[in-house]
Design a protein around this ligand. Structure first.
Ligand SMILES: [Ca+2]
Ligand SMILES: [Ca+2]
Ligand SMILES: [Ca+2]
Ligand SMILES: [Ca+2]
Length: 323
């Protein structure tokens, strides 16, 4: 027989427990909502004070600035972005939703020989690229970073609100160590010699960095005897970034160069493969090109074997990579 008086005696305790659970849930919700997301924006001005010609990033016009926010306590890259230098200036946001109180540094490099434009870029940080580092130290919390010279690098201060790191071009650049931008080799081969429907056509390639939005043209191959002329394409991938490899054959399939116009568009066959090597065996896991997979952060050198398949990706998806 139920002891009604026992339940009545316990009711206040149950109510208190329920209230405590509700309070914990409310507190958890507040903590996870992270009010006031902390972002880091990096800008390079053509004319920030002092206004002298050497302040301009013009020597890097047309080149891509790759930026990384580094947590200096752990040494880990916690954000990446990239943008192109135009008219001696740029703006990009490598850090989003950063932890309050963290110690950060911005590393960035211009890909290519200074004065050489985009043609000297190779998509990787290496010898010849100019590199800079700036500590994030906004001591007066006005949202403007107070370490703008890039050499020497100051000690970071705990970051508690969003900051703009406004730099002017510093001719004395940090000696490239590229530690924040390790890269891996991507090799692409044709296999199967079954590209015959595109014999006589030019196959053009582009690498799409999903992490930064940067699209890099990667050259072309003439299709002959069902294979690519040189059989291999070699380029670089920045560690941690996610990529698609886009390519298209210019002209009506099976007709040689009929309607080839050096433009990616209607009538051309176009493909996209994701760069993803989940088992880290060096062989790409998305080689069929029947439909693009999901790219994963690059963590090792990757090899892609391309075999022709009749089901191709709609040029609407791929052709924007070939403006
Ligand atoms: Ca480079
Ligand atoms: Ca400040
Ligand atoms: Ca075309
Ligand atoms: Ca694999």
């Amino acid at each position: 027989m139920p002891h009604l008086h026992t339940w009545l005696r316990r009711a206040p305790l149950l109510l208190a427990l329920l209230a405590a659970v509700a309070l914990v849930a409310a507190c958890s919700k507040d903590e996870s909502s992270t009010p006031g997301a902390i972002n880091v924006t990096l800008t390079g001005s053509a004319s920030t004070p002092p206004v002298i010609p050497s302040d301009s990033y013009a020597p890097h016009n047309g080149q891509v600035i790759h930026a990384a926010v580094v947590d200096t306590a752990s040494g880990q890259v916690v954000g990446r972005s990239a943008t192109t230098v135009t008219s001696g200036a740029f703006s990009t946001q490598p850090g989003t939703n950063l932890a309050s109180g963290g110690l950060y540094r911005v590393d960035f490099f211009a890909d290519g020989t200074p004065g050489g434009g985009a043609a000297t870029a190779n998509g990787a940080c290496d010898t010849g690229d100019h590199n800079w580092q700036v500590a994030i130290r906004d001591f007066n919390a006005d949202g403007i970073n107070d370490d703008t010279t890039s050499t020497p690098v100051g000690a970071p201060l705990p970051l508690t609100s969003s900051v703009t790191v406004a730099t002017h071009h510093d001719g004395t650049y940090v000696v490239p160590d590229c530690l924040s931008f390790p890269s891996y080799t991507l090799t692409v081969n044709d296999v199967g010699a079954n590209w015959g429907p595109h014999n006589g056509q030019t196959m053009r390639f582009a690498l799409v960095d999903q992490t930064t939005g940067v699209i890099t043209q990667e050259g072309s191959e003439l299709v002959s005897g069902g294979t690519f002329t040189s059989h291999v394409l070699t380029t670089s991938l920045i560690a941690g970034d996610k990529y698609f490899l886009d390519f298209y054959a210019d002209g009506d399939p099976g007709t040689g160069t009929t309607n080839a116009d050096s433009v990616c568009g209607s009538g051309d066959h176009a493909w996209r493969v994701a760069i993803v090597d989940a088992d880290k065996n060096g062989t790409n896991d998305d080689n069929t090109s029947t439909a693009p997979g999901t790219p994963q952060p690059v963590a090792n050198a990757v090899h892609v074997d391309l075999s022709h398949v009749a089901t191709y990706v709609n040029p609407t998806l791929v052709c924007p990579s070939f403006p």
